[in-house]
Design a binder for this molecule. Sequence first.
Ligand code: SF4
Ligand code: F3S
Length: 372
Amino acid sequence: MDKRVNDQFLEELNARGVSRREFLGFCAAVAASFALPGKAEAEIAKAVATKPKPTLVWLEFQDCCGNTESFLRAGQPSAAEIILDLLSIDYHETVMAAAGHRAEEALKKAVEENKGKFIAVVEGSIPTGAGGAYCTIGGRSALSIANEVCSQAGATIAIGTCASFGGLPAASPNPTGALSVAEAVPGLKNLINLSACPANAENLAALLVYWLTFDRWPDLDRYRRPLFAYGKSIHDNCERRAHFDSGQYVEQWGDPGHRRGYCLFKMGCKGPVTFQNCPNIRWNSGTNWPIGCGHPCLGCAEPNFWDSMAPYYNHLALDKTGAQPNIDKVGFWATLGLGGAFAAHAVAKIAGSKSRVIAESAASTSGKGEEA
Ligand code: SF4
Ligand code: F3S
């Protein structure tokens, strides 16, 4: 690497409170999350330090701003946040200084000058009801803006579950006719979904760094999510997994099992059918994550989780034979053939812990778990 560029880059990081060691640690973590060999770390460091930063346009539609919030986390900036900070973000209406016509001009300029090369990040679902009137910016509907911008982008990243799958706005009965980016702008090339509510900024950073280094996007799953972040279930990597395997479950909030960090399966944990790397990267600079602080995973990275994972505090459907009448609703098991194996295992463990297996439909409308 050109030493001058390297030094200049490291000085820039230093000024933002990130040491060389932290930067290289971040590059090593990115390499590890992609299971790349050792030398990739240096390749990544070189690409981040020397390659021109891509132009990024961030569109925000029908959303709660949670992904922007996740992206901008203020306290204790991590190396990942700094690297995102070094992107050329030419348009982000929530944080940019310009407003009104000047903001619209900035968007137009960024798209025209970087046609086919810029990255569009879309946050929020896209409402189509009432001719798109539920979300308009500068007198134009979200649908029209998304079509115009994303169709000219080199790649589009749908950030968060609303942009990836419709999210809460699309939950039944979907009064605004909300769609995901894939549905609203069909046929997009290089569309990547970074689902979760919100998406983790570390995954966005790793995705962009991978592309910057290797000039291609990583492999995706069937929902167009990068496998490095969504290839394994929460349950696979959960720190409470040993308790699940030993049949040690939280039975009530605040009970001794809860205080000892037992498995939250019976309290409604959807970790076995949710695919994301939360147990590994955690949140707030690795401080903690939902299950780590004693709350079940709600399945926020999965399509239609507002409907398919409810009621949130009911456990997943199981019966003594491992049959899964609602398996299609809760995710990956059916296609991966894991459902029967997981169910049989859970049945044996729960039965072994003297609490009879709960044969309850995930679609139950009773609103309460029921132990038989
Ligand atoms: Fe962790 Fe939930 Fe699996 Fe229990 S059921 S081991 S809390 S992911
Ligand atoms: Fe969401 Fe579950 Fe992770 S609720 S943030 S996928 S632990």
